[in-house]
Design a protein around this ligand. Sequence first.
Ligand code: FE2
Length: 348
Amino acid sequence: MDGNGKTNLLIVDDESTIREVLKRTFEERGFVCSTATNYDEALEKLEGDCFDAAMLDIMMPGRSGVELLGAIMEHDRDVAVVMVTAVADAQTAINAMRLGAYDYVTKPFNLVEVVMSMERALEKRQLLVENRNYQQRLEETVKERTDELRETFVGAMSSLAEALDAKDPYTNGHSKRVTEISVVLATELGLDESQIEKIRMAGDLHDIGKIGIPEAILNKRGKLSDEEFECVKSHSERGEKIIEPFIRDATVRAIIRHHHERFSGGGYPDGKAGEDIPLGSRIMAVADAYDAMTSDRSYRKAMSPDNAKAQLMANRGSQFDPEIVDIFIMVENKIPFCPVSARPKSKT
Ligand SMILES: [Fe+2]
């Protein structure tokens, strides 16, 4: 359509009489018409203008109308094309319809039929375009809703993780602090915003698997039995499984699964070592340990930040990625940790 809502029609025929008759006929009915005498001229017009419809003569000197149809479909498959052919060419016209033409008229033609054929083609085109737009809108809506659902789930899981932390005064706010520290480290490491977003999500959810661990074990004051310890260790795998149906991002799931691996190997659940451990998990291991050490626990008081840093240094290269420990020490003043004195007091 042009700016006035009129249909732009391209008429291609090597016979000037036919071009003129068709042009006049369609212009009388409000179409805006351009004409071309052959394939090359038609292509030039197509490059320079946007057409809603085209009438193409099949038999033309040089390249045929069927070849032109192919070029038009490649250029814009929404152009409503009606082929014009001699009676003997009916089979070619039918083939042209298979290639994307909407209809064909045979010469000598009745102008009323030609107009009707073009109007039918335009109606059909309109329906197809509307249908496609509807499908597209539908797909977009489904995607939006799915994303919303996913976000809602991730939000609910984060709240659940927070609630889980808050149930125990010793771990209150732990996941959030681990996320904040991890984000500072990731930023210092030069990770991009999308990687940082994954670390943020994984940080909030890194201990979500503890939902599956009995509270009697989680809150036990004394030393855990081997069996109990095995149960606690299962939280990283459980966490990955809990989020799996909703978080498709493999990196986020991997960070959660491996946040208790040790840099020198021998951690859990897979005993990975070095750079086989996802970078996000190596970052989180440092953040997690630092926050745990500087928080009160039922069986010990919080360590001072200096002592916690000394512990990180002592385990640099064994439990922790040395590069990440170095970065932690370097940017320690940027770590938004909650001062130990401001943490919630234990019940004891
Ligand atoms: Fe954990």
